[in-house]
Design a protein around this ligand. Structure first.
Ligand code: SER
Length: 424
């Protein structure tokens, strides 16, 4: 079976043959971009090229670039454990920055390109190069004075797609960006295989300012992103992304040590461990602020799962699995000692709290209604330092779920407590 290393090579070769230069992934800590805490998309490191502040031809000798970008998204952090959500993932992308050349897909030069080449190459890569069948594609139907994307529609028609396989949606689905409050953005066309959105092709025609107003960019650009785990799921025909080789040898290692681990725990460990290792390698330390807090949250939830499954003593072996899989591409994973150190220090700091919390949990958390439950959880937090998200996870393991109203009540108690401790 074709593996992820081979797919990376095929992707790189395909686009290099078409005038692109491969640029290494940027760090998960965005450089010169305070609009977001972490790198969430491949285009972030190229923002200045889209807005004409920098010239790709000067800097790279071509207006066509590709990258395999490390990304970390926190929006779905509470969904981790289901079959498709991830915090850390890799994104394959090709990019073009104006001025445009012929936009003919047989033009393999270094000039900028737009919808015609971007769509045709995406089709060619998936269909001809990888032998995959695209189910359907989506395009932008127009909304709020931004026009319908007839050009993309015509291109897909020319390639051979029927009307029923070209679906049009509005701004919510087929318009991407910006990351954070301002930046390049534009209509998208998205490619679906087995009902999974695999590739998002963004045509950056606009710049959204801080007030949310869209202005036309002087020169349009192309920003595409293909989730690597999803692509591998399709290529390797696995049940979910977690059985692809991108989670090996870690997955087999965990299962060999704990054959009866629940699927949800396994997925949380796979995701949070990869995520933590990559965040630490890029220089983030656990703390109570911003990125540090994101890392702290996933490390603590990871610890809960490792303790529950008696896997905590294997952490070094697990981190080594990740290093072995990825360090040829991401060299800073070779700072193995540092990564382990940061994890151990955080674990040590949290160990007592967690073990005591787990010990007290069932004794204390007996309740008649949700209000009482929240009060008890709050007490677990103030008296034993057990964070709410960890309590929620422990409850979830017992099939107990809190409502949004309950969480608001917890926050209310928290605010009152703060006022009291500040003497207000
Ligand atoms: N920026 C777009 C995304 O993140 C395409 O690369 O989906």
């Amino acid at each position: 079976m074709i593996n992820s290393e081979e797919i990376r090579k095929i992707f790189i070769n395909f686009f290099q043959n078409r005038g692109h230069r491969w640029v290494p992934s940027s760090s998960l800590i965005p450089e010169n971009d305070s609009s977001v805490l972490l790198t969430t998309a491949g285009m972030q490191q190229f923002k200045d090229y889209f807005i004409g502040k920098k010239d790709a031809l000067n800097d790279f000798g071509t207006r066509r670039l590709i990258s395999i970008q490390k990304c970390f998204r926190t929006t779905d952090i509470d969904e981790i454990g289901d079959e498709r959500h991830l915090t850390f993932f890799e994104m394959l992308g090709n990019f073009s920055f104006g001025p445009l050349g012929s936009d003919d897909p047989s033009d393999y030069s270094f000039s900028g390109y737009f919808k015609n080449s971007a769509i045709f190459w995406a089709y060619e890569f998936l269909n001809k190069e990888l032998g995959l069948r695209i189910d359907y594609v989506t395009i932008f139907k127009g909304e709020n004075k931004i026009p319908y994307d007839d050009t993309s529609y015509q291109i897909w028609k020319k390639i051979g797609f029927d009307d029923k396989n070209i679906k049009a949606f509005g701004r919510e689905d087929n318009f991407w960006g910006p990351t954070g409050k301002e930046g390049p953005c534009g209509p998208t066309t998205e490619i679906y295989i087995n009902n999974l959105e695999v590739w998002n092709l963004v045509f950056n025609e606009y710049y959204q300012n801080q007030e949310g107003k869209l202005n036309k960019l002087e020169l349009p650009g192309v920003d595409t992103g293909m989730g690597f785990e999803r692509l591998m799921k399709i290529v390797q025909n696995t049940e979910t992304i977690f059985e692809t080789d991108l989670f090996e040898p870690l997955r087999s290692d965990i299962i060999s040590k704990k054959p009866d681990i629940s699927i949800r725990d396994l997925r949380i460990i796979l995701d949070h461990l990869r995520g933590s290792v990559f965040l630490i390698a890029d220089g983030i330390y656990p703390s109570n602020l911003d990125r540090g807090y994101i890392l702290r949250r996933i490390l603590r939830r990871l610890m809960l799962k490792l303790i529950k499954n008696n896997l905590i003593n294997y952490i070094e072996s697990f981190v080594l699995d990740i290093k072995n899989k990825f360090s040829s591409l991401y060299e800073n994973l070779n700072n193995y000692d540092k990564i382990i150190n940061v994890i151990f220090t955080e674990f040590k700091g949290f160990e007592k709290t967690l073990i005591r919390g787990l010990d007290k949990f069932d004794k204390i958390v007996k309740y008649n209604d949700n209000k009482e439950l929240v009060e008890k959880l709050f007490m677990m937090y103030t008296s034993y330092g057990l964070p709410l998200d960890i309590s929620l996870e422990i409850l979830r393991e017992r099939n107990i779920f809190l409502t949004e109203k309950d969480i608001l009540f917890f926050e209310e108690l928290f605010k009152k407590h703060q006022q009291v401790s500040r003497g207000l």
